[in-house]
Write a protein that binds this ligand. Structure first.
Ligand SMILES: [Fe+2]
Ligand SMILES: [Fe+2]
Length: 350
């Protein structure tokens, strides 16, 4: 699929254009955001939902986690560090990607939403520094942030996404953007989840519940990011039917998703082997189940027929559906576990 390179000539202000955009990307707009006059009014609901999710890591108490850290199994400590290191890469890249996408949009409502998402990715990154600063010394914290860079398996897993993102950055067009949005759904809707599973497994054994609470907030954010990006992608294709005129794009999505599932499975075996409470066979099925959910968000058929049930019931408590359905419970938990922490967690030492 070859795309024409379309440079973005959006000006800060173009007084003779409408506030309502002609197109999501590569179109014309005045540059003024008026939520009462947008092309996709339902985006406003998503925007408000994202804002209502606001949280900051500093308000999550790590005091119990600090006490429990030393009692974790060695392989649990190792996996904890590796997964935090990996998540920090994903969120750092995602901050820049969402910012880039915001800057490329010719729709001011998309620009606004992607800016909010970008800000949330920044908070996710802050949370990794925050939890690590609570449990390990500075030198070890720095080593953990470098760990994933030196791990060929992790880098191989990330490369699929990085190549697609870079292609969009180097040659922005509706086609390369559509591909990058798919990569973003993989990153936010699949790659994060194996990491989430590790922390939820600790939490169901009453371990590191502060960290897990933070992961729940990140999970909720990512779920909504992936949802918005899938909406964006569907609208982008509707506006530019040539992207998938001959079904090539659909085929590409299927192949890329399958490759992502393969890499994710390989990574899980590498990082989560031997972790008490995590059945790798189940986790592999769970990844296929997630991939099915993501392609369905794009209006496509299941990639893995039969994998339509969450096979890890203990993750279900934290699943996309239950978080939507039991929002009040989620917030109750927030108030229960939300205790102001003092500077003694060492974050100020960073
Ligand atoms: Fe994130
Ligand atoms: Fe995200």
């Amino acid at each position: 699929m070859k795309g024409t390179i379309v440079m973005n000539h959006i000006k800060y202000l173009t007084a003779d254009k409408n506030n309502r955009s002609e197109k999501l990307f590569f179109g014309k707009t005045s540059g003024i955001l008026n939520w009462n006059d947008t092309t996709y009014p339902h985006f406003y609901t998503i925007y408000k939902q994202l804002l209502s999710n606001f949280w900051i890591p500093d308000e999550i108490s790590m005091s119990k986690d600090i006490q429990q850290w030393g009692a974790l199994e060695k392989d649990e400590q190792e996996a904890y560090k590796r997964i935090i290191g990996l998540l920090s890469i994903l969120d750092s890249v995602q901050t820049r990607f969402t910012l880039d996408t915001a800057l490329h949009s010719s729709d001011t409502s998309v620009h606004a939403i992607m800016s909010v998402i970008s800000q949330q990715e920044v908070v996710h990154n802050q949370s990794y520094s925050y939890v690590l600063s609570s449990i390990v010394p500075l030198e070890e914290q720095n080593r953990i942030f470098d760990m994933a860079k030196d791990d060929p398996m992790v880098m191989k897993r990330n490369q699929l996404i990085m190549d697609i993102y870079q292609n969009f950055k180097d040659s922005p067009s509706p086609e390369t953007l559509a591909q990058a949005l798919v990569a973003s759904i993989i990153l936010e809707g699949i790659n994060f989840y194996s990491g989430f599973a590790f922390f939820y497994n600790l939490a169901r054994n009453q371990k590191m519940v502060g960290t897990s609470t933070m992961i729940q907030y990140i999970h909720r954010d990512e779920m909504q990011h992936a949802y918005f990006i899938s909406q964006l992608l569907r609208s982008l294709i509707e506006e530019n039917p040539s992207i998938d005129l001959d079904g090539q794009f659909t085929l590409w999505v299927e192949e890329t998703m399958r490759e992502a599932v393969r890499l994710e499975t390989e990574w899980c075996e590498h990082v989560l082997e031997g972790i008490n409470g995590i059945d790798l066979f189940e986790l592999k099925d769970y990844i296929k189940y997630l991939a099915n959910k993501r392609v369905r968000m794009l209006g496509m058929d299941d990639l893995y027929p039969g994998f339509d049930e969450d096979v890890m019931p203990w993750i279900r408590a934290y699943s996309d559906e239950s978080m939507n359905a039991t929002k009040s419970d989620f917030f109750e938990q927030k108030s229960r576990s939300y205790a102001k922490v003092t500077d003694s967690n060492g974050f100020d030492d960073l």
